[in-house]
Design a protein around this ligand. Sequence first.
Ligand SMILES: O=C(O)c1ccccc1NCC(=O)[C@H](O)[C@H](O)COP(=O)(O)O
Length: 216
Amino acid sequence: MPDIRVKICGITRPEDVDACASGGATYLGFNFFPKSPRYVAPDSAAALALRAPVGLAKVALVVDADDATLDEIVADVALDMIQLHGRESPERVAQVRARYGLPVMKAIGIAEAADLAKIDSYAPVADQLLIDAKPPKDAVLPGGNGLAFDWRLLQGRKYWQKPWMLAGGLTPENAAEAVRLTGARQVDVASGVESAPGVKDAALIRRFVAAARGEA
Ligand SMILES: O=C(O)c1ccccc1NCC(=O)[C@H](O)[C@H](O)COP(=O)(O)O
């Protein structure tokens, strides 16, 4: 199986950074959505980012953030990518990309086949796509809810012109099957590698990475 890249999202503690590094992750996600149990302030994220070894890419996750919020995050934290996880339009994706000169990944929520059309709107302007489960209507969080969507919706659609990650309800138990069914080459997980909301578990991270790569 080709190398599968893994993003561990919602890093809040130095030991989580170490667990991602030793566990073989490719991306670390810092969550700047204040309502999330995974929220980190920019100054804390800056220290966590400095701890990450070379080769572990740092991603800032924001939800409908304005320029002032993003300016502070980008000034404080050594970043490799910005993840837009709200209702940002394709025009806003292009603006963020141009303003900060960083690659932008746009999250797209999927619940049914009709949602796949959104991918065509964002693929031309985003550097990467995050294909995630659409949150339930009453959800407080637009992501990180531990819910999967029907992965069969992605079958036969493996060859979008932009790199993409699969997310939503992935765990060490289902990651191998998700990769097999969708053809994903990158996967993203938040709650599936936690012992409590916002607290990552090193053993679960190791098991998740191995499972996604078909090594478990
Ligand atoms: O994780 C959060 O708390 C969160 C809050 C607001 C927006 C997005 C959020 N997470 C985004 C991610 O990148 C998650 O990894 C993705 O939604 C999958 O989450 P999970 O189903 O818990 O693995």
